[in-house]
Every structure is written in structure tokens, then in C-alpha cells.
Design a binder for this molecule. Sequence first.
Ligand code: AGP
Length: 608
Amino acid sequence: MCGIVGYIGERQAYPILIEGLKKLEYRGYDSAGVALLCNGSLELAKSVGRLAALEEKVGQVVPSGCTGIGHTRWATHGRPSDANAHPHSDCSGEFVVIHNGIIENYLPLRNWLQSLGHRFCSDTDTEVLAHLAEHFYNGNLGDTMRKIMAHVHGSYGLVLMTSREPEVLVCARKDSPLIIGLGEGENFIASDIPALLKYTRKTYLLNDGELALVTKSAVRVENAQGERLAKQVFHVKWDAVSAEKEGYEHFMRKEIHEQARAVRDTMRGRLTEDGQVTLHELGLLPERVRALHKIAIVACGTAYHAGLVGKYVFEKLLRIPVEVDIASEFRYREPLLSPDTLVVVISQSGETADTLAALRLAKEKGCPVIAVTNVVGSSVSREADHIVYTWAGPEIAVASTKAYTTQLIVLYLLALQLGAWNGTVEASEIARIAAALQELPAQIDGLLHKEELLKDFSRRISAWEDAFFIGRGLDWAVALEASLKLKEISYIHAEAYAAGELKHGTLALITENIPVIALATQPHLYEKMWSNVQEVKARDAQILAITMESEETKSQGADAIFTVPATLPLLAPVLTVIPLQLIAYHTAVLRGCDVDKPRNLAKSVTVE
Ligand code: AGP
């Protein structure tokens, strides 16, 4: 997501910070800033936009100093702006922080600090950290960091610097990566390895709950109790290009593997300890929800497929009719919209032209509009009435993966929140679903560990120019996404069919050995689904089945079976899509395709 660089040594820090941040540009960001210790005081420079804008702002008179921190921000709390860019400073200007992650309890902390007289200059969650440092400082920066860590909830890769102790930088990590680069008479801090490679390949990788006191000649890593930890030096062997991808061959595979973390981040702070949902950012009045007669979900591509899952979930939990439209169709079909229709637009980028136009049409008709998006400050987020962010982090590969799974999580949370407000979902049912949601990250991790098994599926598919995905109910919705994934990156013609519909035409295309990927995770549809599989099997197709662990024995007769862990049938799409993304990925690799940048496609489609 955001990028962190810190330097302490004998050289001028500014060029090292800028150089390091440039190496993190691939991660995506919307503003940047640096802070340097110059003659005993802190000097800050920040700018919205690219690093070039920061450099232009700084001009010829670059801040001098041999200790400094720099940051590229990808907005979460507060839109991209100069004021919201990091580093953030306390009231005295003696403490500065840069931070990756989310401070979940920043609002109560901010209120408390304001009641003590602290003045805030940004809308960010991060700024509380600078004021906490000012509040807790007792002459020892390590102690101060420990107190901060004890008071904040959430995720952080965090660096703190103060003019009161100019010879030290302190950093800490929880759920957001942080690395120390070890030099000779100088040391570095970074959120990712590419920022360090020009200077050193010797690193310490911080673990959750650890903090490090970094001077130019030493690095002391401690646990939360202040005990010194003996860290192993990790020697980086990757070249610069693989380092950007954290050692993965492609961004797509890296992003597939980030999904356990991403899904966890999407739920972070949105499920209460007693298993209820709190989408406090939504700002939609419960009375308005109770008056709704229809929900319209509008999106494109993968986001549209997430919307199809949303239809099943909303209708089941809210008992309100739901229409799902492809945005480019919605705009031109004169949809029946009125103020009692809730319109939910879904867009990873928040810039898709057709989705934006649909949003504007819905607003013109007086509908309340909720945006589900990944990008703070995007057009969709600025124009919608209500926003729920997916917090997936930047997605670089053209093929959407973590955007889809995090969109699904938001749709589940949204359905539970709206269901609680309109009284269609009992608190006990919400708690049951919430408990299953919380198991998903570990289950995704488990699936990713079984990646090798899927290479056989890919090998079977890669030899063909056609493939079919079939399923019923929610499985059909996931089949549509799986077929899009396969066709866009491997260029294999793939079709997704509602399994019961095959015999109305498509069955004519089934020939000997053609790969048919059958999804079967919905117990109430299992018998029907398996009858459809037999129809295909009878035409000698090759059946590759994806099913739930509990249903495995029923899939006999399939040529290959892959199981996902048992979960509530409603949540199965989050798990079934993972092997399907991996199958598409490995098939494309086997066919020698440009996985991250498939032909004819762009990441963000800002034209009609
Ligand atoms: C799928 O892998 C694509 N990247 C594409 O279908 C994408 O989901 C679609 O263009 C919508 O983009 P958005 O979510 O940024 O609006």
C-alpha cells in the first residue's frame, strides 16, 4: 500500500529518501512527503501527487541533514491532499511519524488528545500517533513507542523521529511489513526491500509486536516488554525487479497470495467482539433502509461478478428484490429508479467511466448511492452518497483478484448491516455469519498452500482452446468470474454456464475430453448439479470438480477433484474463487502469456 523509507548515517538523507521512495512507486500512491533533521530541528516537505511534484515543490533548495524519513501515501483516512500526506507532526513540531496501515481506534484517541489541547491538521488516522508521541515522551523514544503501541489498535508499519533525540529513529510493526537495512556507519528502514537494494542486501525483517531503535552505528530490536531480541540477518538475493514483486514472478500471483491479508484488512474494525457488524462509516439512516423497495447493483467486469454474488446474499438476508446490471447496459436501458431504490456501485479503481455514469444517473433519479471501492479520493468515492472501502491495497495486475474477494467481503458486511437495521437478520444469525467470516483468512491461507495441486488442472486446460465452467446458484456467479479470469490472461475461449441451462443449447459444444470445470459447493443444489455433470460426462468431457471438503465423496466420477474448506454455503465464493484464480494464472504461465498485462486490456477503463 503506502511506502516507507528512513535513513540515518553520514550521507545527505534527502536523495536517499527520494530514491528509495521511487523504488516503491510500483505500489501505487497519491501523495508523498519527507521530514529531515536539519540543524536540530525538523523540516518537512509534502505534496499531493507523484514524487516529481514533491521534488518540484522542494525545488533547488533541498532540505539538508543526515537523518530523515520519507513516505508515499495511498489514501485511507482522508482524501489525497498536502495536509493528509505523511509525515505528520505533533503540536510542537518536535515529533514526526510516517505510517502504513490503519489505526482503528484513532477517533476516540483523537477526541481524547483534543480534550487535552492537541490541535490536529489533517483528516488522517496517522496524525494521532504524532500527538501520542508528544503526550507520552519521557526522554526515551523507545518507551514512547511502546506506550503508543499499547494504546493503538489496528495495523502499522511506523517510524517515529524527534528533534529531541536526533541520533535515533524508532520504528515498530504490526500487520504491516517493516525492514531494517544494515549498512556500514549508516542504517535504513523501509516498508519493502526494493527501497534498500541500492544500499544493502543485509536486512532484519521485523515481526509483529517488535520495535527497533536505529542509530547510524547500531540497530537494537526489542519486544513489547523492551527486551532485546537476537535477530538473524536476512540476506536478500532477489534482483530489483523480483523484489518489487516480493519474489513472485508476477504481480497477479503476488496479489492472489495477498488475499488472506486483504480480506482480514477489509473486516478489520467492522466486526464487534460480540459478533455484530459495524459499518460506522456508511452514514446511511436505518429509517431510510427500512423504506427501501429495491436494490440495484451496478458494476463492470469482475466487480459486476462480485455484484452477482451480492444479489444472492442481499436477497437472502434482506428479502428485498435485487437487480444486478453491467454499468454500460444500465445507463441505456432506462432503469426504473426512484428514491426508494438503493443503488450500490462497485468499482476497484473508482474511475470506470460506465460505472461513474451509472452512479450519476442514479443520483439524478434521487436514489441513495453506496460506492464499494478500493481507492480513496477516486471519482466514485467523491460522488457517491455513502462509501465502503475494500482496503485491498493497490492492485497492479490487470486481472482483478484481491479486489474481487474484498468486494465480496464488503457485500457480506453490507448485507448484515442493512439486515440488522431493517430487522430481517437476527443478531444470532449475524453472529453465526460473522464467526464464519472471521475464519476465511486462515482458510484462504490453507488453500494457497495447496497451489501445487492446481498445476495439474492448469496443465489439462492449457492444451485446449476452449473451456467451460458450470455451477448453480452462487457457484454459477463464481463460474462467471473464473471464466473471465481464464480468458483474459490465457486467451482461452471460456464460457460460464448455469449448469441447468447447458441442455438448452451449449451441450452441443461438449466434445471428447474438453475441460469442464464444475463448481459444486451448495448443498441444496448438489444433487441437481451432479446430474448436470453426468450430462457432460456422458459426452466424454473431462470433469475438473471444485467442491467443499464435506461434499468430496459425492464428486466421484470427476477426472480431478479439488476441495475448499467447509464454510457456510453463502460464503463459499470467497474460497472457491482462489483455486480458480490460480488455475487461470498457471494456465496463462504455461501458455507463455503476459500475465500481468494481457493484450488489449487496461487496468482502469476510463472511456465508455
Ligand atoms: C478483471 O480482471 C478486470 N480487471 C476488469 O473486468 C475490471 O474488474 C473492470 O474493468 C472494472 O474495473 P473497476 O472495478 O476498477 O471499476
